[in-house]
Design a protein around this ligand. Structure first.
Ligand SMILES: Nc1ncnc2c1ncn2[C@@H]1O[C@H](COP(=O)(O)OP(=O)(O)O)[C@@H](O)[C@H]1O
Ligand SMILES: [Mg+2]
Length: 408
């Protein structure tokens, strides 16, 4: 086994940096000279910018893990363990996980071995069986927790989705039903549909029969029902669009996605970097997710998108689920500004959040009021037509009773 391995970090196909694995299971990241010298360089992430907008080029070596920015590109939890096992890689050794999974990452990034073997040393023999698991592993390479994969497919007219054999290149994300909780795909589809109805920026979504998905890997256990599909906003016919999530923005490892920063901190970045429309959109999403009881709106469920390759704006919405029907919870995933309880979000907390995040108060409060009004109207009209389980509807109705926000 060679002592040193190098992975190229590519942004829009151009090598902009390298991750180098050296003795002692340490990894070093550095930008290429060419990228450093480029005055019009495409942005990799806000966390790489210093206070004057320059590029931060000194990065401490990490051991076993990679820098939080790169760690956040990898799947978490069970999904990571499952993939790592299939690929024959230790789930803690992130350099090797990137080596294996780097071809279909969020945004316009790819990470590929500079030269040499396609698979890390020590990941087993080259028998057909092992190769099959590796290919299967690649099909699930997307970040997050829920079992999911990229899929190729057409719009509504042609409902079939196909998982590409190599796991790379799909423009949809398909999330499979959960073995633990009932009807999560229906819940997510319903919440995202409602979000769209009240004016939130939601990509094309669909609920698909598992039987309509071609090429589903085997060995997934007894899955029944429907899967949730969402069009990837980081894939367009003109090529990939770069995105980063707020754990990356703040340089926080994925396991700290429920702490280390608050909604006020997210708002500060959006206020400083985004447009007035982004501030309104942020407010709509914060209010909406409080109303539906989404206790999982953590740092990784907010992303920035770089449509012109340099300037961030708030990405379209994703991963809105009413979680309170599954796990009773009085608190949001992050603190609003001072408080965390769902019932603490009122005009006062919103005004405080806006002030601390340097957002203009009036548009925030006006947008919040409008969102509540639109929600009432859409919920009353649609709740019996949307596909979420009855228990979810009941949990939301009970939750709304306890929220001062509804009287905003
Ligand atoms: N429509 C989308 N387009 C592009 N990237 C997406 C989209 N939806 C989710 N993602 C990315 O995939 C990750 C996992 O998706 P998410 O829906 O949050 O799954 P999970 O329920 O596992 O957290 C997100 O953190 C985000 O980076
Ligand atoms: Mg998520």
């Amino acid at each position: 086994m060679a002592d040193v391995s190098v992975l190229n970090v590519k942004l829009y196909g151009r090598v902009i940096g390298t991750l180098t694995h050296v003795q002692g299971d340490r990894t070093l990241f550095s930008f290429t000279e060419d990228y450093i010298a480029d005055g019009h360089r495409p942005t990799l992430g806000l966390g790489f910018k210093d206070d004057l907008g320059g590029l931060i080029t000194n990065h401490a070596a990490t051991q076993v893990r990679v820098l939080p920015f790169f760690s956040n590109l990898l799947p978490e939890g069970h999904l990571r363990d499952y993939l790592a096992e299939r690929a024959g890689v230790n789930p803690l050794r992130e350099f090797f996980l990137l080596w294996v999974l780097g071809r279909d990452l969020p945004g316009a990034l790819t990470i590929e071995l500079a030269e040499g073997e396609a698979w890390p040393p020590g990941t087993g023999d080259k028998t057909g069986e092992r190769n099959q698991s590796r290919e299967n592993a690649l099909r699930f390479s997307l970040a997050g927790v829920q079992l999911k994969f990229s899929a190729l497919g057409d719009t509504k007219a042609n409902k079939g989705l196909t998982i590409p054999a190599e796991g790379v290149g799909g423009s949809w994300i398909v999330k499979l039903p959960s073995a633990r909780f009932k009807s999560v795909p229906e819940n997510e589809f319903a919440m995202m549909s409602l979000a769209r109805l009240i004016g939130i920026d939601v990509p094309e979504i669909d609920l698909v029969d598992l039987t309509a998905i071609k090429n589903l890997p085997e060995g997934l256990g007894d899955l029944t029902g429907k899967a949730y599909a969402i069009a990837r906003f980081d894939r367009t016919p003109d090529g990939p669009v770069h995105i980063e999530d707020f754990a990356q923005v703040y340089g926080v490892y994925p396991e700290n996605k429920y702490k280390s920063a608050s909604y006020r901190n997210i708002a500060t970045v959006i206020g400083a970097e985004g447009s007035d429309a982004d501030i309104e959109e942020f407010t709509r999403r914060l209010v909406f997710n409080t109303l539906i009881g989404n206790a999982d709106l953590h740092l990784k469920n907010w992303s920035l998108i770089y449509r012109d390759r340099r300037t961030p704006s708030l990405s379209p919405a994703y991963d809105f689920v009413s979680t309170i029907a599954y796990i009773k919870d009085d608190e949001a995933a992050l603190k609003y500004a001072r408080k965390r309880r769902f019932d603490a979000l009122d005009a006062d907390e919103l005004a405080y959040l806006a002030g601390k995040a340097h957002l203009p108060e009036k548009p925030v409060l006006d947008t919040a009021k409008e969102t509540v009004a639109r929600f009432h109207e859409a919920w009353a009209r649609e709740k019996t037509h949307l596909p979420q389980a009855k228990s979810v509807t009941e949990a939301i109705d009970a939750h709304l009773e306890r929220l001062p926000l509804v009287k905003l």
